[in-house]
Design a protein around this ligand. Structure first.
Ligand code: IVH
Length: 705
């Protein structure tokens, strides 16, 4: 196919998807796919300027349909809101190419200084401050004209209504409105509980919320903001560099992401890209890449723009987190507590950097709402460290039957949508939950008011038993190395293990007889089992798999009671005295130990030699560091972080992973990064290892912060 034919084909396809999206409000393709087509067309047109026509979709830059929607007033941007050229080569070469272009344009071989930032995955917003007060806010729209969304922006808590120390007549701040992963998950959990539609992903959550006409609805969806640039400025002298602008914005109390840096030369750009890719899953919000900007404003000016994209900036992408693939089958997975989860079996697809073949469909309710059926093309998302999920299906074509209405996977489409408007009869699904557990045949029940279906088989159910064994032996529980899922499958399927204590009855002969089990591995497992017998009360409690008792609760219980017998005998009222234990957890613990079968398991495990140290607990005693929160960061000269953590916890302290106003002390070692900066910014006490050692030597006495 020649360029002309391909261009015609791409335009036809893009127009069709735009129509589905804007006019029918029934997106027919995920964003990433749409962008791919759009970029291919852009590139072909750049290479073949004679083929550019006035009606090409590429002329319609940005979300111009927004402005056409009624409801929001149009706002003319004094300084147009630009977009950024996207480098889709996700390798280091993407960064090197950008630097090469910049130096060629500047006709220099000198190293260029760049500001490196994250590319936030939300919605671009212009905040207009006049004389230091937040005056108005608008979306980007088509770059020239946006929508006035001031009321909705006012619901965003981290946007200051008044700047600190800046009374410039006009200061327009540009940045991204986004929804943090935590807020997104919490919102969706609440919606699910209420049986209401959930958000497809945080980006759609942010975009849809800002475009909500009712600010009261917007207020229920927690959003955040990061500033990354400026628009119109009057009466404020610009510094020399972009990074200094961001420093200034930060000093005005505007939220600026700390995950940024200034570097020199192309190698450092690539290194930034790589280091952020490695952290991506751990960030509290979604990003889809990083952004490099020539730091010096004079050089920026010299570089200028091509159409609406500055030559001095580029977005360097990461692998896409959403992909389309075929749903081959739906299987039911049985969890440790008997919960049945529908799992999508997918045609293998590369998404977010890994190949995905299974993805969760969460529960029957979600599955039906998404309307997915075996054989559909579905959108799979893998973001953060979460389990991959199917977020919806792709509408096959425009002239489909009404049963094929797509369930929202679109740009700026807040709620997986419109489900309410699809008459029930037009749902076509070939799936329902089984009435008997697929693993053990026990009855499946759904308790009143609960969403989940559960197998009632308990440890009689081989699948629940397998999961219980895997949980029991996991690293943070009994830490039995080598007991992986393949081995557990065999042990349960061959009826060798019926209950947890059977694990400790395994011998070399039995193990060595199993498939793919060399004598050495069998020895290792016997040794690992033996070693695991000496444990701690909190690990043991966690390993038992009591519902709602996670690692932290197990620690709290062990510390408070000191002895297993005390926990076994504790009443709900007594349990409620343990810090952070609420009624649901307390009830669950009491129920667990009221069950004769569970007491028997515990008894047998002890008889088989499991032991731990017991003490009188802290029920009537307050440890010296009770109520104090420490954060450890960087490399300490002599102690490992785990060691420091264990010693602090033994004295009653909490050791947290991030710094906040509630942190009492940060212990910082070499190469302490953003946590140290944050501690300093919040005026939190900062110590080195020597100070910590002194406190430990004094048994935690005398700590005053
Ligand atoms: S700067 C001159 N910086 O990416 C370029 N944009 O096409 C003006 N975005 O939707 C934008 N993170 O909202 C800039 N650190 C960042 C960004 C960023 C995300 C978004 C922006 C817009 C798109 C640019």
């Amino acid at each position: 196919m020649d360029a002309k034919q391909r261009i015609a084909q791409l335009r036809e396809e893009i127009d069709r998807h735009s129509y589905n999206y804007y006019v029918l409000d029934a997106p027919s393709i995920p964003d990433a796919e749409y962008d791919k087509l759009f970029r291919e067309l852009q590139e072909l047109e750049v290479k073949n300027p004679t083929l550019v026509t006035l009606d090409s979709p590429t002329r319609r830059v940005g979300d111009s349909a927004l402005a056409r929607r009624e409801g929001f007033e149009s706002v003319q941007h004094v300084v147009p809101m630009l977009s950024i050229h996207t480098e889709t080569d996700t390798e280091a070469s993407g960064a090197l190419n950008f630097d090469a272009r910049v130096r060629k344009e500047l006709e220099t071989s000198d190293e260029i200084e760049y500001a490196c930032e994250l590319k936030f995955d939300g919605l671009a917003i212009n905040l207009r401050y006049e004389n230091g007060f937040l005056f108005s806010a608008a979306t980007r729209g088509d770059g020239e004209t946006g929508e006035g969304v001031t009321q909705n922006i006012l619901t965003i808590k981290n946007i200051p209504l008044r700047l600190k120390g800046c009374e410039a007549p006009v200061l327009e701040v540009r940045g991204e409105v986004y929804m943090s992963r935590k807020d997104f998950n919490r919102y969706n959990e609440k919606q699910l509980e209420k049986g209401l539609p959930t958000l497809a992903n945080p980006r759609n959550g942010a975009a849809g919320t800002i475009r909500q006409l009712d600010p009261k609805l917007a207020a229920q969806r927690p959003l955040s903001f990061f500033a990354y640039g400026l628009g119109e400025v009057q009466g404020w002298t610009l510094p020399d560099t972009h990074s200094a602008i961001l420093d200034a914005l930060k000093s005005f109390d505007l939220p600026v992401c700390d995950e940024r840096t200034v570097v020199k030369g192309p190698q450092a750009l690539a290194a930034f890209h790589q280091s952020i890719a490695a952290k991506r899953d751990a960030l509290p919000f979604d990003i889809d890449g990083v952004v490099y900007k020539v730091n010096n404003l004079a050089l920026q000016k010299q570089l200028g723009f091509i159409t609406r994209e500055p030559r001095w900036a580029v977005a360097h992408k990461f692998p896409a987190e959403e992909q389309v693939t075929r749903l081959n089958d739906i299987e039911i997975q049985v969890g440790r507590t008997g919960k049945l989860t529908p799992v999508a079996k997918l045609e293998p697809v590369f998404v977010g950097g890994v190949t995905v073949t299974n993805a969760t469909l969460h529960n029957l309710f979600e599955l039906r709402r998404k309307g997915v059926r075996v054989g559909d093309q579905v959108v799979v998302r893998r973001a953060g460290d979460v389990i991959p999920e199917v977020i919806g299906r792709v509408a096959p074509s425009l002239n489909c039957s009404h049963g094929d209405i797509s369930l929202g996977v679109g740009r700026a489409d807040a709620l997986i949508p419109k489900v309410k408007h699809i008459p029930r009869s037009s749902y076509v699904h070939n799936f329902s939950m089984p009435s008997k557990c697929p693993a053990c045949g026990s009855a499946v029940v759904r308790e009143k008011g609960e969403i989940d279906y559960r197998c009632t088989g308990g440890l009689f159910c081989p699948e629940q038993r397998k999961q219980a064994l895997l949980h029991f032996s996991s690293r943070t529980a009994m830490d039995i190395e080598g007991l992986g899922d393949k081995l557990v499958d065999q042990l349960v399927d061959k009826q060798i293990i019926h209950s947890l204590p059977d694990l400790y009855r395994l011998d070399m002969a039995t193990l060595a007889n199993l498939d793919r089990m060399a004598e050495k591995s069998a020895q290792n497992i016997v040794a690992a089992l033996e070693q695991s017998k000496h444990t701690t009360l909190n690990r043991f409690l966690f390993a038992l798999g009591i519902r709602h008792v996670g690692e932290t609760t197990a620690k709290d219980l062990a510390r408070y009671f000191g002895k297993l017998d005390a926990i076994k005998q504790a009443s709900v009222e007594q349990l409620l005295n343990v810090p952070d234990v609420g009624p649901i957890v307390a009830q669950s613990i009491v129920e667990f130990f009221a069950e004769a079968h569970n007491l028997e398991v515990v008894q047998q495990l002890r008889e088989l030699g499991l032991h731990w140290e017991e003490n009188d607990g802290t029920a009537n005693l307050v440890l010296p560091l009770t109520g104090k929160t420490f954060v450890l960061t960087g490399t300490l000269p002599t102690m490992s972080r785990d060691e420091a953590k264990a010693k602090l916890e033994a004295l009653g302290a909490k050791v947290a992973g991030s710094v906040s106003k509630k942190t009492d002390c940060v212990v910082a070692g070499a190469e302490a990064g953003s946590k140290l900066e944050k501690a300093q910014a919040l005026n939190v006490l900062v110590w080195d290892e020597a100070a910590l050692q002194a406190l430990l030597a004094n048994n935690g006495e005398g700590f005053a912060a």
